[in-house]
Design a protein around this ligand. Structure first.
Ligand SMILES: [Zn+2]
Length: 293
């Protein structure tokens, strides 16, 4: 007797840790056997994981934004899999190596039997997109939303980024959030400093520390949990408003911006200033400098 077909909405997800703190998410839609790598910084670990799992070839790369730690594997993977298509942000297509399919806000794209929806989420970069699989209850927010954190505002202002985060925050609470970096422990330390009365946050912080002590990833997280513990999604919280010195009447995006600046600190401000100069360099020179780091 043939095996029962996989249930509708199933998405197999494998986690591939690379570099110091990046995750590449490797996806397979089991009904069609289609595969995709989300934000591959490198090609060899993706190829090794496909072989280990017996998932065959890679059909797609899904890029959320142009940063090198999300796109540097694109061209090598295209060489390894000649039929591979790179799917990425229309608004940033010139900065996505090898892009074939350009998507933007409100677009739907078919990954085998699963529909993927696209949100423009500018702020971390101008052309950033987030990828949502509604039936699989899975969100790939790239560097827009982290667990207990959010991306730095390299190419956008707080109002823009708050608009992007608000789109993601309105998705169903059962949504699993597959962030692109393992920053959760340091994010939890910062969050506990400005929101110490949040017991859900303190409980999550303890679980995160236990997971990291065991060498385990803290992701994916649940969107419902993020809404309860992530200070970047909680500008309405009076304790957070007071911690960043803003009155009850301040706009949510203003509170968000103040929380972001507090998290940046001196090191973050240096990175933002450095990035602003780097961003204006001709692309080949910028890539050469980035390769030094
Ligand atoms: Zn980035």
């Amino acid at each position: 007797m043939a095996a029962a077909p996989p249930p509708l909405g199933t998405l197999d997800v494998a986690i591939i840790p690379v570099l110091s703190d990046n995750y590449i998410w490797l996806l397979r839609e089991p009904a069609s056997g289609r595969t995709a790598a989300v934000d591959p910084a490198l090609a060899p670990p993706v190829i090794a994981e496909l072989e280990k799992r017996g998932w065959g070839e890679l059909h797609y790369i899904l890029n959320t934004h142009h940063h090198l730690d999300h796109t540097s594997g694109n061209l090598d993977l295209k060489k390894a899999f000649p039929g591979l298509k790179v799917v990425g942000p229309r608004a940033d297509h010139r900065r996505i190596p090898g892009i074939d399919v350009q998507l933007g806000d409100g677009d739907a794209w078919q990954f085998g039997g699963l529909e993927m929806r696209v949100f423009d989420t500018p702020g971390h970069t101008r052309g950033h997109i987030a990828l949502w699989f509604p039936r699989a209850e899975a969100l790939f927010p790239g560097d827009t939303l982290f667990s207990i954190g959010c991306g730095m505002l390299f190419e956008g202002d707080p109002k823009t980024m708050w608009g992007s985060l608000s789109k993601l925050a309105s998705l169903p609470k059962e949504t699993r959030v597959y962030c692109a970096h393992e920053y959760t422990a340091s994010n939890a330390n910062f969050a506990a400093g400005i929101n110490p009365a949040n017991t859900a946050l303190l409980e999550r912080k303890a679980r995160v520390e236990e997971a990291r002590a065991r060498g385990e990833p803290t992701l994916p997280s649940l969107l419902g949990d993020e809404l309860a513990v992530n200070p970047f999604l909680r500008p309405h919280d009076p304790e957070i408003r007071a911690a960043v010195g803003l009155p009850p009447g301040a706009a949510d995006w203003e509170v968000f911006g103040a929380v972001r600046r507090a998290k940046d600190g001196p090191r973050g401000r240096f990175m933002l200033a450095f990035y602003a100069v780097w961003d204006r360099l001709p692309a080949p020179l910028g890539r050469a400098i980035a390769a030094l780091f």
